[in-house]
Design a protein around this ligand. Sequence first.
Ligand code: CA
Length: 351
Amino acid sequence: MKSARPAVLLATMFLVGCVVTVNDRVLVGKERVALWQEKLVIAHRGASGYLPEHTLPAKAMAYAQGAHFIEQDLVLSKDDHVVVLHDHHLDSVTNVHDVFPDRARADGRYYVIDFTLVELRELAVSERFKLSDGEKTAVFEQRFPLEKSSFRIATFAEEIELIQGLNRSTGRAVGIYPEIKSPAFHRGEGKDISVAVLKVLKAYGYDEQQGSVFLQCFDASELQRIRDELFPSMNMTVPLVQLLGTGPAFRAALIPAGMKKVASYADGIGPSMQLIVEPDSVAGKLKTTNLVQLAHDQGLVVHPYTFRRDLLPAYANDYDDLLEIFLDDIGVDGVFTDFPDLTVEYIESNL
Ligand code: CA
């Protein structure tokens, strides 16, 4: 018989161990990492290797494939609904050009925040594409075909209801892993996306079930604001994850003092895999950084992105090899993947 799912273990640990809550820092360093010692499979935008990203079918498939957490990227509509889309533009995954041809801004882009939820509902969602001279080309050629079947934009609340509903009907405890997108952009538009997201989390009980949620953002100052101002004022707290990209803005976090600072407001990091293994590495001769060690020394969990069977780094022979490098050899605590099924299979048969 298989052992209990990590998400169940997490929930249990948080429930039984009232002195080991994450956010009050009772545990430090390696002890805190040990809270999440199971390897987590985080469905990146759902089972997006198989169905259009961030659609409810992609989320249901990720759930059925055994993901432990399912990711939501979050942006706001004109009428302040929190909706699940990777970008604050609509151009690359919907038919907005056909439905609302005259609603682009001066830069030619269509902004989610210019549309009400009712209008967003009119759009068909498809696999991610590039548009050039009116021609759409799929970003991932072998994935779900463009403009087939029927997929719609969902709200954050609807997606939570899907996952919580499945948790009830299956008896499993799959978590959510929301990302606040572009808080500075939203502020410039007169909207506070972080408050809107936290309200939904609280309404659905995620301030009380801390083993079932991680809240992620690239914006370090926004995460600190959430920790220092919004959590106390909204009387809630959830584990925070600092996302790290490859750009210069994130360099400060890659040294011990920077990582210590991250640990003062976050519980984990979500780095690009390129910050852990340099992308010009060759098979058998990996150039690994000390990022994971730095983070673990500060008690931070490490969940790198993005693990894709159809977009492998040159140093990995195949998808299992890539997982072996990160999960077994380097020891990350979980991965964001477009292919939850393959990742669950690997973990269940190898770890
Ligand atoms: Ca994301």
